[in-house]
Every structure is written in C-alpha cells, then in structure tokens.
Design a protein around this ligand. Structure first.
Ligand code: SF4
Ligand code: SF4
Length: 435
C-alpha cells in the first residue's frame, strides 16, 4: 500500500467499506481495521434488504471482494485501535492485531480443517443457533474465506492437550500455531469511525418471554433462520428443527420505551419479515404488532403498500409494554392491549421481537481512546447533531452509520460519502490542518 495521506477507517461494515472504496478511488491509501475475522458487518447477516428486497449478499459480496483486492486498501481483521495521539492531519495510532493462526495467502478456503477439530463451540455470529469448531469461519461465504482459530478454546494453543488435527488436514500448510498477536503503529491524516450497532437485550423485558419460551426469537435470530447461508439453509423451522410455524406474531418497538428513542427501521424490518414468511409459507398467518408506524420516506411508504397488497397480514396496535406472552397448550399465547381493533389475544407458533438498535458494547471505551464524546444514549456525538454532520467533537475524526445512531443502510452509505468528502477537504498548511 502506498503511504499517501493515509486514512484510517474503523469497522468493515457497509459504511466503512463504502468509505474505503471511495477514498481509494480518490487516490488515498486506506487502512481498514475490523475487530472480527471477516468483513461485511451486520449487513451480511441479512438475506434481503428493504425497501427493494435486494439480495444483500449479491450486493455486498462484490464490495467485499473489491476491498480485499484493492492495492490502496489494507484490511486488518481481528484488530482494534488501542491508542490515538496527535491531531487532525497527523494522528499516531496504535492497533492491536490478534493472530489468526491461518495464513491469508496460503489458505484456499477448502474447509478440510473444520471437521477433524475435536472442539465444538456455540457460534455467536449465528446468534447461537448453530455450532462451530475452534477453527472456523463465521458463516458460509465469509470474506476473507479463511478460517481463524479461537486461541482460548483450541487445545493446542491454549496448551490444554496435544492436538494437530487441523494442521494435518491442511495439505496447503496454511496453519501456523506459532503466529503471535502484534502491535502496529501507523500515522494517519484522518479517522472515520464506522463501528455499527448492537441490539437491545430482549431478555430484559420479562413480559415478552425471550429466553423463557423457545418459540420467541429476536429479529437477528429470525434473519439468520431465513438466510440461505444460515443455520437451516433458509428453511423456516422452529427450534426443534422439524416443524415450520403456521402462525407468527411480530412485535415492533422492543426496547424503544426503555431506551427513549425510535430505531426508525423496525417497522420496515417487520414488514420485510411478513413478506419472507409468506414467500416460504404462503398459508401462514402473520400478525404485526406495533406502537407507532414509522415510515418517513416514499420508498418506505411504497414498501408498506406492497406488503399490505400481498395480503394475509394482520396489523394491530399494542405497545410491547402492553403485550404479555405465555405458553399455552403447545402454542404461544400473545395477550394484547384492548382497543384499536386488536383481539384480546393471539395463539401462534412463533414470536419475533424487533429489538432496538443500541451502541456497541465497545463504544464507550473506543470513545475514550479516540477522545471523542458520546451522546446521552451512548452513540458517538456529532458536532451539531441537530444539523446532521459527520464531524465528531475532535477535529479530523468523523463518524458514520449506526455508530452515530440508528439508521438504515441507505443513510449509512450517505453518511459514509459525506465523511469521505470531509476527510478529503482537510487541507494541510504548514504541518497543521485547516478544515
Ligand atoms: S486452513 Fe487449509 S484446510 Fe483449512 S480452509 Fe485453509 S487451506 Fe483449507
Ligand atoms: S489444533 Fe486446535 S483448532 Fe486445530 S483441530 Fe486441534 S483443537 Fe481444533
């Protein structure tokens, strides 16, 4: 990579990847740092994206390939920023890079090393709906398609027991147990933070039965259940792995009241799920339960109309606080608030909770490292949040996508483009940067 006005991007989701590609096109060199072993962020967990129901993987995979092949973009996976000193135009950054133990250049992604591994773990990337080995890729189609070894659970690396099974299975000699974690120092002109979001813990609302009743799912669990590269290869099956749901209730706004903000995308997401369910199980009954319908854009309105026109959905108003979920006779009983035409209760096989977007658990620590302020909800604060800039409280550091607050993919990309414009507009004068 040429070291010409390097820009650091933290987070390889859709916003971080879009910003990287644009900067590379503008002739800048980019260092893209990602804490997980793969690129793609939360977007690659989706089968299709609203409002156009485009195949997310088809949309994202070419971007991921471009990122990995572009000579002006250096991608550092399994890496986190640990220290930032200096000022706009001249930041000295320290990055912790964890060992993958598998060579990115020698591995061809054949997958022969997984099966012999004797260690089986829950796969958190798949919302714990499936398992992985201690040497793993999070899902089919991961990019880079090169496994990583979990050092805490690998028998060899953790020193628990002798084991060489994966290395013996790899005819390409790609596995290297001697690889070490390392610290990388880099000088960059600007930093773009694109660290994405986590989801509200639905288990905090005991009336909704998450974690208590197996038929209750979070939105991301359902997303993976529907995904063709997910744990059931896209078959809509309940947790028993055999039965498909005949009726589904989707509860919107889970966590909204407690957090004090609307995530702005759950309504569209729930209508997307209605469409998904009807496309695979045309006879299934789908109930959308909402507090308020949030459909601010013309594309959202059109999508809502399309789903209503597909028929077979029943839309009722009842906030999550008024919903009470119990198990009854092998079904899930969803008690609703009376009024607005809603029935007293519904009897369904599956409940999907549309849980709100929240800041990532690392946001507070990263904010301290970068020296940038957070807002009252824990997202990264922009300099004038009412006007919608991408500038943080520290000149030369910009924030994009859901790291700044809940938003959809389109708005994340728009912010990425705005941050690229701001980063390119930094003018270096006598060693100082003038914005
Ligand atoms: S490490 Fe070796 S066996 Fe495993 S996927 Fe890569 S090339 Fe195949
Ligand atoms: S060395 Fe570690 S990763 Fe490889 S097979 Fe054994 S336990 Fe699994």
């Amino acid at each position: 990579m040429n070291d010409k006005d390097k820009i650091l991007i933290i987070g390889a989701g859709i916003a971080g990847m879009e910003a990287s590609l644009l900067l590379a096109k503008a002739g800048k060199s980019v260092l893209l740092v990602e804490k997980s072993p793969i690129t793609g962020g939360n977007t690659i967990k989706n089968e299709d994206s609203f409002p156009n129901l485009e195949c997310s993987t088809c949309m994202i995979a070419p971007i991921q390939q471009d990122i990995l092949q572009n000579p002006d973009i250096d991608v550092m996976t399994l890496s986190e920023v640990k220290d930032v000193e200096g000022e706009a135009g001249d930041f000295n950054v320290t990055i912790d890079k964890k060992a993958r133990y598998v060579s990115l250049t020698d591995c061809i992604g054949c997958g022969m090393c997984y099966e012999p591994c004797p260690v089986t773990l829950k796969n958190e990337w798949e919302e714990n709906l499936t398992e992985k080995k201690a040497i793993y890729v999070p899902c089919e189609g991961s990019l880079p398609n090169v496994p990583a070894i979990d050092p805490d659970h690998c028998l060899n690396i953790s020193g628990k027991k002798e084991c060489n099974a994966c290395a013996e299975a790899c005819v390409f000699g790609a596995i290297d147990f001697s690889e070490k974690n390392s610290e990388v120092q880099v000088n960059v002109k600007a930093i773009i933070v694109a660290t994405g979001f986590d989801l509200f813990d639905a288990g905090k609302l005991s009336n909704l039965g998450y974690g208590k009743f197996p038929g209750v799912y979070t939105s991301m669990e359902f997303e993976r259940l529907f995904a063709s590269n997910g744990p059931t290869s896209g078959q809509l099956l309940l947790r028993d792995g055999e039965k498909s749901p005949e009726s589904v209730a989707i509860i919107n706004c889970v966590g909204r009241e407690e957090l004090g903000y609307c995530s702005g995308i759950c309504c569209m997401d729930s209508f997307k799920y209605s469409h998904f369910i009807k496309s695979k199980l045309p006879e299934a009954k789908v109930y959308n339960i909402y507090s308020d319908l949030c459909m601010p854009k013309k594309t959202y309105q059109n999508f809502y109309k399309r789903i209503k026109d597909e028929g077979g959905n029943f839309i009722f108003q009842s906030s999550p606080q008024q919903v009470n979920i119990k198990e009854s006779g092998g079904k899930i009983k969803v008690n609703l608030a009376e009024g607005n035409g809603a029935p007293e209760s519904l009897s369904v096989d599956m409940v999907i909770l549309e849980n709100a977007m929240v800041p990532t658990k690392e946001s507070e620590e990263l904010g301290g490292i970068l020296g940038i302020e957070l807002d009252s909800k824990g997202f990264f604060l922009t300099r004038n949040e009412n006007v919608g800039t991408v500038e943080t409280s520290r000149p030369g550091i910009f924030v994009v996508g859901c790291a700044e607050g809940p938003k959809d993919m389109q708005n994340s990309v728009i912010q990425a483009e705005a941050a690229v414009g701001r980063a390119l507009s930094l003018n270096k004068i006598k060693g100082k940067v003038k914005e």
